[in-house]
Design a protein around this ligand. Structure first.
Ligand SMILES: *[C@@H]1O[C@H](CO)[C@@H](O)[C@H](O)[C@H]1NC(C)=O
Ligand SMILES: *[C@@H]1O[C@H](CO)[C@@H](O)[C@H](O)[C@H]1NC(C)=O
Ligand SMILES: *[C@@H]1O[C@H](CO)[C@@H](O)[C@H](O)[C@H]1NC(C)=O
Ligand SMILES: *[C@@H]1O[C@H](CO)[C@@H](O)[C@H](O)[C@H]1NC(C)=O
Ligand SMILES: *[C@@H]1O[C@H](CO)[C@@H](O)[C@H](O)[C@H]1NC(C)=O
Ligand SMILES: *[C@@H]1O[C@H](CO)[C@@H](O)[C@H](O)[C@H]1NC(C)=O
Length: 756
């Protein structure tokens, strides 16, 4: 019951399971034995069986016998990297860490989960050009809460057998009817031994999150999708002909364990997926110890791009997760639609509020009270002004609409429980996305709240009615309030997030196993529902990546990512206070990304160079690559400011008195037309910054030709109040525009700027 209150304390209810995960983590912290992931030196020249036996042997040498070893071993990762998960005591971890063949031992941690119209909004209409033959050979792997196989979005109309490269599996499991030619793979990973009464050991999606993200990514066309009449339209994914493989790694009460996520990477890479979409975050380790970072690195080495959500920790700064340079990190932006449920007061005034209120009022008006005036007793006045559970007198609430103040995100649920007629919740945050209410309700801002309070004070018997929600058009895009912002906590030389995509009030498929709010007493079910989060924006970009890959099957993960970033639509720094730290390169534009002209390409060696530059040493890199192949001190000297061929640039100021100069070395590859073509550099420099490019023109005579250039950024010191400024470099030809934002970050400002 305590959890319920937490779950509802945010506008984005479905994301708030995470509070539970944290609690669970704390609860498990005291156990004598814990789960660890142990990375080993050899990188799988062995066959799988032999590698797994080696894991047993290693544990046997530690435990003194094979039985103990087998009991402690939880999983052998043998396909894409060499590691195992085991239940170990701290002493055993100490011993293992000292062993020669052991590279590192990391504790298993638990993470959290972070449409009709959105595709039109970003310019990918149903009529967009498609390369169907190849698209139907594309397999997207979704790591999430599982999937709903019977959903209309996963019907396989017209699709042939899975592509020959597919090596994955699907079977019938509890409550899971099996796969078809659309949903070609489904498996689950749950290596811990904690029971989960709220979930089912099967790829079935009890939560709805995985069904939602998968259908946004690659769902088939479903006409007339809607949530109780709202957001009506044809639901579809970016690549309706692509195949889906679901990897369930997130569980209702335990969250998403690192060892399960790594097992899913190990499997998906070997199964033959093309793109991995992962709307999970919540923890950030460094680049060689974070499970998503390590797993996605191994994917990248096999040509698989991992697209991940940036997190929902905005608007405070520096919360972006999944920020490794080989991951495509996605923030969320609004679309030009909002759901309004208005309040009509007894004095005739209509006041705007936000939210999904599917209830048609039964009466013309209801008595209206302020939470403060319906307290159980004087001591509870403060809590009842926030509609806190247990603070209000049910007799004074019954049949009335109650107005309460932040943080009353669950006021609708609590007021309903007391027999109230509805709730009006005032907040100064997160009003850009619509919460789905369990009773008549709306959320309003502080100005509107003041008018309501004034009205209540002005009359003996105040009344109000809350109208059913309607869609309204709004200005868009802007960065979602909740979307995690930069600067990147993992590196001062790398701009994150990379990009944004629609992540507010996205309509997509849902599970029949949960009511639309998941709250007690809600019996409303729907095949489609609205959700908000970077979890929703992530599959828009995974879908765009699959779309680009269907036209360019041989492009590397870095090339696909570069194409999507350099063609993104820049957003306005006027309406988005921290500019690129909110939106990266801008909003994804899938059709433009098909034809970027030039790409910034990279291979695993480039990323290793970057890590060396960041101060990782040869031994910590061994989680990623065969150790003997790296010698950081050999790699370093002449790599410029970031030692990376990234499509964006970030310079961090090094002094409060002197200008800081950074040299960025870049190589672009021509992927444009066959004939000779010249690109000219166009520079936009903010005040106090000088940016020069050498050479200022690049001429290509054939496809795949590479050209290198150098960008010198010289930035004056900034006041400690100024967090960042930004400019850009755009390579322009007659047909193409290849844009890279350039950010100058002032680290000393971060501490002072980090307001809530
Ligand atoms: C899952 O299947 C079992 C056995 O058929 C059934 O008893 C149970 O109600 C199902 N659970 C859900 C949530 O549908
Ligand atoms: C009432 O609640 C607010 C906000 O939680 C708090 O700042 C204030 O101190 C409380 N006042 C009393 C009298 O408890
Ligand atoms: C509250 O909303 C109203 C109507 O949209 C708007 O005019 C007002 O500026 C908003 N107030 C705040 C504090 O955002
Ligand atoms: C990364 O994290 C691991 C595990 O916490 C640690 O051993 C290693 O030293 C860290 N590396 C860097 C460069 O911070
Ligand atoms: C790495 O390279 C440096 C510089 O070339 C050299 O001095 C050092 O011996 C090398 N280390 C190893 C382990 O090969
Ligand atoms: C690039 O610059 C050259 C020399 O100034 C000019 O002749 C050419 O038209 C420019 N090309 C483009 C595409 O702007």
């Amino acid at each position: 019951m305590g959890y319920t209150i937490y779950i509802c304390s945010s506008p984005i209810r479905h994301l708030l399971l995470l509070v539970i995960f944290t609690a669970l983590q704390l609860a498990n912290g005291g156990l004598d034995k814990d789960f660890y992931i142990v990375f080993l030196r050899d990188h799988l020249e062995l066959d799988e069986g032999k590698a797994a036996q080696k894991h047993v042997d290693l544990l046997s040498s530690l435990k003194g016998n094979e039985d103990g070893a087998r009991e402690s071993l939880v999983y052998s990762y043998t396909k894409s990297f060499n590691a195992f998960a085991a239940k170990l005591t701290e002493d055993e971890v100490g011993h293992l860490s000292g062993m020669d063949e052991v590279v590192s031992v990391i504790p298993n941690r638990y993470r959290k989960l972070h449409t009709t119209k959105s595709w039109e909004f970003i310019g990918l209409p149903t009529t967009a050009e498609r390369n169907l033959q190849v698209e139907s050979d594309i397999i997207v792997g979704v790591f999430d809460t599982g999937i709903t196989p019977q959903s209309e979005s996963f019907k396989d109309h017209g699709l042939g057998h899975p592509p020959a490269k597919w090596k994955g599996t699907c079977a019938q499991f509890a409550n899971f009817s099996g796969c078809n030619n659309k949903l070609i793979g489904a498996r689950y990973f749950k290596l811990d031994d904690f029971p989960d009464d709220d979930d089912i050991l099967s790829p079935i999606d009890v939560d709805g999150h995985g069904t939602h993200t998968s259908s946004t990514l690659a769902g088939s066309l479903v006409p007339n999708a809607n949530l109780f009449g709202l957001a009506r339209g044809t639901a579809r994914g970016a690549v309706p002909s692509a195949r889906i493989a679901a990897y369930k790694v997130c569980w209702a009460s335990s969250g998403c364990a690192d060892m399960d996520i790594l097992a899913a990477f190990d499997a998906a890479i070997a199964d033959g997926v093309d793109i991995i979409s992962i709307s999970i975050g919540g923890l950030s380790g460094n680049y060689t110890s974070d499970a998503i970072s390590v797993g996605s690195f191994h994917g990248m080495r096999k040509g698989i791009l991992t697209v991940a959500s940036a997190g929902n920790d905005g608007p405070s700064l520096g919360g972006v997760t999944n920020h490794a340079p080989w991951i495509f990190t996605v923030g969320a932006n609004s679309i030009n639609r909002n759901f309004q449920s208005n309040v009509v007061l007894g004095n005739g005034h209509t006041l705007p509020g936000t939210g999904v209120n599917t209830f048609e009022p039964k009466q013309k008006s209801y008595p209206l009270v302020s939470g403060m005036d319906v307290a159980k007793d004087a001591q509870n006045r403060n809590s009842s002004s926030q509609c806190v559970q247990g603070s209000m007198d049910p007799k004074k609430v019954k049949g009335k609409i109650v107005y309460c103040k932040l943080p009353a995100w669950d006021a609708d649920y609590i007021v309903k429980g007391l027999g109230g007629a509805g709730a009006i919740m005032e907040s100064n945050m997160y009003l850009d996305n619509a919460q789905i209410f369990v009773a008549p309700a709306t959320t309003i801002n502080e100005t509107i709240g003041k008018s309501i309070a004034d009205y209540i004070a002005s009359t003996r018997s105040p009344t109000a009615v809350i109208s059913r929600s309607q869609e309204v058009k709004i200005q868009a895009p802007s960065v979602a309030s909740f979307s995690s912002r930069g600067p990147n906590p993992g590196s001062q030389h790398l701009l994150k997030p990379d990009i944004t995509a629609p992540g507010i009030d996205i309509l997509a498929s849902y599970t029949p196993m949960k009511s639309i709010t998941g709250l007690q007493g809600d019996s409303r079910h729907s095949d489609f529902t609205l959700m908000s989060g970077t979890s929703m924006s992530c599959p828009h970009v995974s879908g765009a990546a699959a779309y680009v890959k269907s036209f360019h099957p041989n492009w590397s993960p870095a090339a696909i990512k570069s194409a999507i970033m350099t063609t993104a639509t820049p957003m306005s720094s006027k309406t988005n206070k921290v500019a690129e730290f909110g939106y990266g390169a801008g909003q994804v534009n899938p059709t433009k990304a098909l034809n970027p002209g030039l790409v910034y390409d990279m291979d695993d060696f480039s990323y290793i160079q970057f890590l060396c530059h960041e101060g990782y040493d040869d031994s910590s890199l061994a989680n990623l690559v065969h150790q003997s192949s790296i010698n950081c001190s050999k790699l370093l000297p002449t790599n410029g400011e970031d030692a990376l061929n990234y499509p964006t640039m970030q310079l961090s100021l090094k002094s409060k008195q002197e200008p800081t100069t950074g040299v960025f070395r870049r190589v672009v590859t021509n992927v444009g037309p066959e004939n000779s073509i010249t690109y000219n550099a166009t520079i936009k420099a903010p005040k106090g910054v000088v940016i020069t490019v050498k050479p200022a023109a690049l001429t290509f005579s054939h496809v795949s030709q590479k050209r290198s250039f150098k960008v010198v950024v010289k930035a004056n010191p900034m006041t400690s109040k100024k967090l960042m400024v930004s400019g850009s470099l755009t390579w322009k030809s007659s047909d193409h525009s290849v844009r890279s934002p350039i950010v100058i970050f002032n680290p000393v400002a971060l501490a002072t700027q980090n307001v809530k």
